[in-house]
Design a protein around this ligand. Structure first.
Ligand code: URA
Length: 209
């Protein structure tokens, strides 16, 4: 699974364990998700291209590194993707944000699109697609199919938990898209949930059922 990057940082792993615990409150879950997404964002942006800009410090002019290109675009797969946005926006406050609305057909487990809104001028932007759970990989693959039609400069996929099935599906359909996750879990169950997982990420972050 060559395009998979597991962020094996002790703080990430500790916070993830607290989130998996079924006794964690909605508020606690959301706070942890915010904290962990900031740490994941640090890793996913590690190789962002830099260019040099001339500035003046109080002592001397210098050529100093700044991020190259247009503003990054974060693409949230609704609704659970929004849980990852806040932490990332703390790290990249000027990022643009796109949304893709998909639901999973409970019979076929296939993803169906109901909403798509991206910033203007996507070409030359680096896109980071966010969704906490990479389960079957169908939603992620469809979201990236649609996103590619807007021609971003690069695409990465960031999630909290991944199942081997989802990683394989995404790697097959989009081998050019690196995947970043806090953990690779064991498998999917017959309902398409990640095991051991953490349950339904959207329900746990919003207190719904
Ligand atoms: N979506 C979730 O929220 N949880 C899973 O385990 C799989 C998909």
């Amino acid at each position: 699974m060559s395009n998979l990057n597991v962020v094996n940082h002790p703080l990430v792993q500790h916070k993830l364990t607290m989130m998996r615990d079924k006794s964690r409150s909605t508020g606690g879950f959301r706070r942890l998700l915010g904290e962990i997404s900031l740490l994941l964002a640090y890793e996913v942006t590690r190789d962002m291209p830099l260019t040099l800009e001339t500035i003046e410090t109080p002592l001397a002019p210098m050529q100093a590194p700044v991020l190259d290109g247009k503003k990054v675009v974060l693409v949230s797969i609704l609704r659970a993707g929004n849980g990852l946005l806040d932490g990332i926006l703390q790290l990249i406050p000027s990022a643009r944000v796109g949304h893709i609305g998909l639901y999973r057909d409970p019979e076929t487990l296939e993803a169906v699109e109901y909403y798509f809104k991206m910033p203007d001028n996507m070409n030359n932007r680096d896109a980071i697609v966010v969704d906490p759970m990479l389960a079957t990989g169908h939603s992620a693959a469809l979201a990236i199919d649609r996103l590619k039609q807007t021609n971003p400069r690069s695409i990465k996929f960031l999630c909290l938990l991944a199942a081997p099935e989802g990683v394989a599906h995404l790697a097959k359909h989009h081998p050019d898209v690196p995947i970043y996750t806090a953990a690779l879990d064991e498998k999917l169950n017959e309902h398409g949930y990640i095991v051991p997982g953490l349950g339904d990420a959207g329900d746990r972050m919003y207190g719904t059922r």
